[in-house]
Design a protein around this ligand. Structure first.
Ligand code: ATP
Ligand code: MG
Length: 452
């Protein structure tokens, strides 16, 4: 992309309404624009990041054997009356009446809708296990929308639902989700710690939340410091291997890690004092096992091996896709701006032309642009006729992980400058070596593909 032809409305001033870094930076970097309280438009740069996150989520879900689909944002109130949640859900639910007087709602989650689909089409235990998921906008009329996309009213969420014959099978689905979530967050450059949580209006007994540690997080968390040393890393896992998934669950959940809702002072005090941590975290996902809570009242049964109907065991599993854009920034920024992890970066490499209009400099930039594109990377070429300082500031603000600076003086010596956004380190290299180095860096990165 050439910046002269792009739409990147960066702000010079720090918006006064933004209280935390990610909100400030998303506004300043021209990623989002508020459309209403807790409702945002995703401007081109923000949209690219959102898509990258979404595609990673899709790819990791599919890797775990889960099936993508799409349900609508508007749902019929009648389904929610069946489960009994129409009244329970309260004021967070946005209720709408259509011209025929029918009660609708903007979905805050989809247990009812998916259960309705399941009961209409699945009749035999032989069709199980099955996990369906979608990534769709949700609406919750939060009393205090704040921090930009972190606590929006309209937000983008992956929600998946497993259907299993037995509790044991459903717990394997739970473990599978836990494993795939660990992989998903790490692929985005985040450490998200599974913590024992409270199930809230979704209901159920087993539930873990995934939290990214950050001072600005809304949840208070209590954990054993040792847990932060755990990495999923690049291990390959067979998602059908029950023991392997169970082992990962045990590895990642055996140390104390809880949110304030389930915190147990006595158990916490058992941890050696120097390992006890009280901190704040951002919830980026949650998994639940809730048995037959929906399948029973809604009649989602299958014919079991003995021919008798059995209510299926279910769980639901959410990832806050739009919140993740903010959470990644909270975890990765400095006073100049955002520092994108390579895998979610909106552009991989920035090219700064120090003397636009100088034919040699221009053609060196064009050559780098083509070479990067040929590697399958997306460069952002600042081809505007602007001061170098302004160009650097923009690249730093929007967080492009690598920058190549091209000017007549360097070219005279056959070099350009390669700068890492994260470390700030500079290196002078020939254009060819620069491309080679970038190729090597990105060969290590699991970039998202097309998602579904
Ligand atoms: P919270 O406790 O933050 O209100 P929740 O527990 O009600 O969230 P879930 O039902 O678990 O939310 O939804 C799954 C994920 O969706 C959450 O882990 C979170 O990342 C994201 N999410 C929930 N509410 C919002 C919101 N208002 N804005 C943005 N993302 C949200
Ligand atoms: Mg939650």
């Amino acid at each position: 992309m050439r910046l002269s032809r792009y739409f990147l409305p960066v702000l010079k001033e720090t918006p006064s309404e933004a209280q935390i870094a990610s909100h400030r930076l998303m506004l300043r970097a021209g990623m989002i624009k508020q459309a209403g309280a807790g409702i945002y438009s995703w401007l081109p740069l923000g949209f690219k990041v959102l898509r990258n996150i979404e595609n990673i989520v899709h790819e990791e879900q599919r890797r775990a054997g889960h099936i993508p689909m799409l349900m609508p944002t508007l749902q019929s109130a009648d389904l929610w009356r069946e489960s009994g949640r129409y009244d329970d859900y309260g004021e967070e639910m946005l209720r709408i009446t259509d011209r025929q007087g029918r009660d609708l709602l903007y979905g805050p989650t989809n247990e009812e809708l998916i259960t309705d689909i399941f009961r209409a089409h699945v009749g035999s235990y032989k069709d199980l296990p099955m996990t369906l998921y979608h990534i769709q906008w949700k609406f919750r009329d939060e009393i205090r929308p704040r921090f930009g996309v972190m606590r929006g009213r309209e937000f983008y969420m992956k929600d998946g639902y497993n259907f299993d014959l037995t509790k044991e099978d459903a717990l394997h689905a739970y473990n599978r989700h836990l494993v795939s979530y660990l992989r998903t967050y790490e692929r985005m450059g985040l450490q998200a710690i599974p913590m024992r949580a409270d199930s809230g209006p979704i209901g159920g007994d087993d539930t873990h939340e995934f939290l990214v540690l950050a001072e600005t997080g809304e949840s208070e968390v209590f954990y054993d410091k040792e847990i932060t040393d755990l990495k999923f890393g690049d291990r390959e896992i067979d998602y059908d291997d029950r023991a392997a998934c169970q082992a990962v669950l045990e590895e990642f959940t055996s140390r104390y890690a809880r949110t304030d809702e389930t915190h147990d002072e006595q158990a916490f005090d058992q941890i050696p004092e120097d390992r006890r941590r009280v901190a704040r975290g951002i919830e980026v996902g949650q998994i639940f096992y809730f048995g037959t809570k929906y399948s029973e009242p809604m009649g989602a049964t299958v014919q079991g091996p003995d021919g008798k109907p059995v209510a299926v065991h279910m769980g639901s599993h959410g990832i806050g896709v739009s919140r993740l854009a903010g959470a990644i920034i909270e975890a990765s920024h400095d006073d100049k701006g955002i520092i994108w992890p390579e895998a979610v970066a909106p552009f991989h490499v920035g090219i700064v032309n120090l003397k636009q209009g100088d034919s040699e400099t221009d053609s060196a930039c064009e050559a780098l642009y083509s070479a990067l594109t040929a590697l399958g990377l997306e460069p952002l070429y600042d081809d505007r006729d602007e001061r170098a300082g302004g160009k650097f500031a923009t690249m730093d603000l929007i967080g492009i992980p690598w920058r190549i600076t091209v000017g007549p003086r360097g070219l005279k010596n056959g070099v350009v400058e390669l700068t890492s956004r994260r470390s700030g380190e500079n290196e002078e290299l020939s254009p060819e070596d620069t491309i080679e180095k970038i190729a090597a860096i990105f060969a290590e990165v699991d970039l998202p593909g097309k998602g579904v």
